[in-house]
Design a protein around this ligand. Structure first.
Ligand code: GLC
Length: 435
């Protein structure tokens, strides 16, 4: 198949313009990107979608890494027919949940493209009996329903011989002799060009897989600055995020944390310093990103809502994942969690969207968010009806956010104490304070 000349043109332009020479140290975000960062931070809640042919095996998106030969694995594409996929239903459910953006896997580590690419036939349109460009359908629907779209794109590829093998995917049958960085880099940049040319406005490209080379004795050069420049040259307002588990590199617009809140490291993937960039924590509803039959261990709605609140309390966004089924539907448990989160956000979203982190770190009773001089105390896990506020926060007045009934405050040394009638038992008892 031939590459449309527009793609060649864009790449040629990249190679010829000074952008190619611009080091990432010189990155100055455009006005469009600055605006996108602001919108993104205000959104606070997005839905991650991990979907690919791996959903057919029902064992998560890393299935190919654990043994199958890539040639055998790839045959699944020929049977991929997600008859019940309906972009309008997905977007409606996600919007009703109060999410303000969607990030979908366009190509995961198994190398399968969930969009129509001219690069190879191993894609949703040319390689499956389904033959529909699900990304196009989703992108059109996102525009129609006015919700931002972010695209996940894997730097790492377990199938292509030209990808320089790193520390994962050793048993898939790739031929290391055929590694060819220039070929692979060109392939990625042409695909990114397709993604940023054929699918309307894309608010962010979300990279993953950098860490496949983090144990190389000599630092592996992914040539990120040139790739980031390509992205910005194609869509000046498109942000760049990279799930490398490091402090952001120059040229990036979002700092990602995987499975942990900023500053925490329970999953062993974090611990990096927190930057000034907009922050995003991605996490799963159950334990897996891609659809996994044996993992019905979904967190309950209260836990997910509290996680969203805690994330907002740190001034970060939550990107909460769903792994759609092989038939194209979102799992019913995920749908029911979306409903509950949506109902909660309709009542309380004002204390989450477009807020900043509160003026003190999370406390044993909960956390706080801030909007101007309105401080929202989110009392989620109190062990007393007297809520102790850390020193240095001057609270003038307090009331319950839900019914606006006044709440008594007192002083205990340098602390303010908020007195509730009883120990709250709801998911999140919100106290609105004037500071
Ligand atoms: C990890 C995994 C990947 C998943 C991603 C989401 O990097 O490799 O499967 O897509 O995290 O954060």
């Amino acid at each position: 198949m031939k590459h449309p000349s527009i793609l060649k043109g864009a790449l040629a332009a990249l190679l010829l313009t000074p952008a190619f020479l611009v080091s990432s140290q010189d990155y100055i975000p455009s006005t469009e990107v600055i605006e996108a960062r602001k919108q993104f931070s205000d959104d606070r809640f997005g839905i991650f979608i991990h979907w690919g042919i791996y959903s057919m095996f029902g064992q998560g998106e890393w299935y190919l890494n654990y043994g199958p030969n890539a040639d055998e694995y790839k045959k699944a594409a020929k049977a991929f027919y997600p008859a019940d996929f309906n972009a309008a239903e997905w977007v409606t459910a996600i919007k009703d949940a109060g999410a303000r953006y969607i990030c979908i896997t366009t190509r995961h580590h198994d190398g399968f493209s969930m969009f129509h690419t001219a690069e190879n036939d191993y894609n949703i349109v040319d390689g499956t009996p389904f033959g529909r460009d699900i990304l196009k359908e989703l992108a059109d629907e996102c525009q129609k329903q006015d919700i931002a779209l972010h695209l996940y794109y894997s730097h790492l590829d377990w199938v292509r011989d030209d990808y320089p093998q790193g520390r994962t995917g050793h048993d898939t049958g790739r031929d290391p002799e055929k590694r060819d960085w220039n070929s692979y880099y060109g392939f990625m940049n042409r695909q990114l060009t397709e993604l940023l040319t054929n699918y309307g406005p894309i608010r962010a490209i979300w990279f993953d897989g950098w860490w496949d080379h983090d144990e190389d004795p000599v630092p592996f050069d992914w040539h990120l600055p040139e790739q980031y420049s390509l992205i910005h040259s194609l869509q000046p307002g498109c942000m760049v995020a990279n799930n490398h588990h490091q402090v952001p590199f120059e040229g990036e617009d979002i700092q990602i944390f995987e499975r942990d809140l900023p500053g925490e490291n329970s999953a062993g993937l974090s611990g990096q310093d927190i930057s000034q960039l907009p922050l995003e924590t991605c996490n799963t509803m159950n334990g897996m990103w891609g659809y996994k039959l044996m993992d019905q261990n979904y967190k309950d709605s209260a836990t997910l809502i509290r996680y969203l609140v805690k994330t907002a309390g740190m001034g970060a966004n939550l990107l909460l994942n769903i792994g759609p089924q092989p038939n194209g539907e979102l799992p019913s448990v995920a749908l029911s969690r979306l409903k509950d989160i949506g109902a909660w956000l309709r009542e309380n979203g004002e204390t989450i969207y477009a807020t900043q982190a509160g003026p003190f770190p999370a406390q044993s009773w909960g956390t706080s968010t801030l909007k101007g001089n309105r401080l929202f105390l989110h009392v989620m896990t109190p062990d007393s009806n007297a809520i102790l506020i850390p020193e240095g926060v001057r609270i003038k007045k307090a009331k319950k956010f839900t019914d606006k009934s006044p709440v008594r405050i007192s002083k205990a040394g340098k602390h303010t104490v908020i007195h509730l009638d009883s120990i709250p038992e709801e998911t999140d008892c919100i106290i609105e304070c004037e500071i």
